[in-house]
Design a protein around this ligand. Structure first.
Ligand SMILES: O=C(O)CCC(=O)C(=O)O
Ligand SMILES: [Fe+2]
Length: 352
C-alpha cells in the first residue's frame, strides 16, 4: 500500500521551525552502509575523467585516445566526470540560480506546474511517484520536456531563456559524446545518431531540490536507479550527495570544479547490446545545506523502437533485449516506483 500523499513539498516541510525529526513516511529502511559521504576517498578519486576538448580535437591521435577513455569509462563505470566541455561556468551558475528561484516560489505558485500525467511536458512535485511509494524521498522536482519541442515554466522571470541556452549547449555536448561512443562501439560516428533518430531526440530537464534533512541517515534523496535514456548530464550547486554504484560499492562523487557528471542510461545498455551497463546511482541528503541539481537527460526519439544495434548482434552475440518503443519504456519507468534497474529487467532476454 502506498502512503498517504504528502500535502506539501519537502522543502516546506524542512522549513518548519520545530522540525527535529522526519515524519515516519520519509524513513527509508533499506539504506545500506557506506551511506556516509566520506566512505572511501580513494574510490572517489578513481572515478574516470573524460576531456571533451580532446574528443573534439582535429588531431586524430588525440581524438582516438579520448574515444578510448570514453569507451573505458562507459564499460567499467557507466559514469564519468566531463571536463573542458565548453559550457560556460556562468551559464551553469545561472541555471542553478534560476532553479533555486523556481523552488523558492510558494507551494501555491508551483502548484500551477504540477502536471497530472507522466507525459505532461511540465511537471513538478515531490519524491518520485507518491501514488506508488511506501516511503517518500527527501526531494522536490521539476521535470520539463525541452526537445524536440521546447517547454518551460512561465516563472520565475528569465528562467526560460536560461533553460533554452543551457539545453541547446547540453545537446551539443551529448551529441559529441554519442558520436565518440558510436565509434568506440566500432560503428560509424553517426550510426547511433541515425539509428535512434536523434534529430528528434527526447531531452528532459530535471531540476532537483534536496532540502536540509534533520535525520539524513534515515532518508534518501533519490533511491538507487538507472536513468531511462542514453546519457544524463548533471550539474549541482557546491553540495554533494550523488553516489554511484561501482563493483558493488557506493562511491561518493566529489565533483571536479566546472565538470559535468555523466551517467549512462538504460537505452545505451540496450543499444550497445549490453556492452555498456547503465549506471545505478542514488542521492543521499545532509543536515547542513540544501542541494540543488539539474540533470538533463538525452534519449532517442520517443517514437524510436530501440533494439541492440544490428552490427553488434551476431550468432555468438545474440540480442539481449526485446525491442520497445522509447516512449512506452519512459512511461513505464515514470509510472512505477523507482527501483534499481527494474524496468530494464523487463526487456532483458534471459538466456541460460
Ligand atoms: O541529483 C542528482 O545528482 C541526480 C539526480 C538523478 O539521478 C535523476 O534526476 O535521475
Ligand atoms: Fe538519475
Amino acid at each position: 500500500m502506498a502512503s498517504t500523499q504528502p500535502a506539501i513539498t519537502v522543502k516546506t516541510l524542512s522549513e518548519l521551525s520545530n522540525l527535529k525529526s522526519i515524519p515516519s513516511n520519509y524513513v527509508n529502511s533499506a539504506i545500506c552502509p557506506s551511506h556516509s559521504p566520506a566512505s572511501d576517498p580513494i574510490d572517489s578519486n578513481s572515478i574516470p575523467i573524460v576531456d571533451f576538448s580532446l574528443l573534439t580535437s582535429t588531431d586524430p591521435h588525440q581524438r582516438s585516445e579520448a574515444i578510448n577513455s570514453l569507451n573505458k569509462a562507459c564499460q567499467e563505470w557507466g559514469f564519468f566526470m566531463l571536463v573542458n566541455h565548453g559550457i560556460p561556468e556562468n551559464l551553469v551558475k545561472e541555471v542553478i540560480d534560476g532553479t533555486e528561484r523556481f523552488f523558492n516560489m510558494s507551494d501555491e505558485e508551483k502548484k500551477e506546474f504540477e502536471g497530472k500525467h507522466v507525459l505532461d511536458p511540465i511537471r513538478c512535485g515531490t519524491s518520485f511517484n507518491t501514488s506508488k511509494e511506501k516511503a517518500f524521498f527527501w526531494r522536490d522536482y521539476l521535470k520539463v520536456f525541452v526537445h524536440p519541442i521546447f517547454h518551460s515554466p512561465s516563472k520565475p522571470e528569465g528562467y526560460s531563456d536560461i533553460m533554452t541556452e543551457y539545453c541547446e549547449k547540453s545537446r551539443q555536448v551529448a551529441k559529441g559524446l554519442l558520436g565518440g561512443i558510436s565509434e568506440g562501439l566500432g560503428l560509424e560516428e553517426c550510426f547511433l545518431d541515425k539509428a535512434l533518430d536523434m534529430k528528434l531526440g527526447f531531452q528532459i530537464f530535471i531540476a532537483n531540490y534536496y532540502p536540509r534533512c534533520p535525520q539524513p541517515e534515515l532518508a534518501l534523496g533519490i533511491p538507487p536507479h538507472s536513468d531511462h535514456g542514453l546519457l544524463t548530464l548533471v550539474i549541482q550547486n557546491q553540495v554533494g550527495g550523488l553516489q554511484v554504484q561501482h563493483q558493488g560499492k557506493w562511491i561518493h562523487v566529489n565533483a571536479l570544479p566546472n565538470s559535468l557528471l555523466v551517467n549512462t542510461g538504460d537505452h545505451l545498455e540496450i543499444f550497445s547490446n549490453g556492452k555498456y551497463k547503465s549506471n545505478v546511482h542514488r542521492v543521499v541528503v545532509n543536515n547542513t545545506s540544501p542541494r540543488i541539481s539539474v540533470a538533463v537527460a538525452h534519449g532517442p526519439s520517443l517514437e524510436a523502437i530501440v533494439s541492440p544495434a544490428s552490427p553488434l548482434v551476431s550468432e555468438s552475440n545474440p540480442p539481449g533485449y526485446i525491442p520497445m518503443k522509447y516512449k512506452d519504456y519512459m512511461q513505464l519507468q515514470q509510472s512505477n516506483q523507482l527501483h534499481q534497474k527494474s524496468i530494464l529487467e523487463q526487456v532483458k532476454i534471459q538466456r541460460n
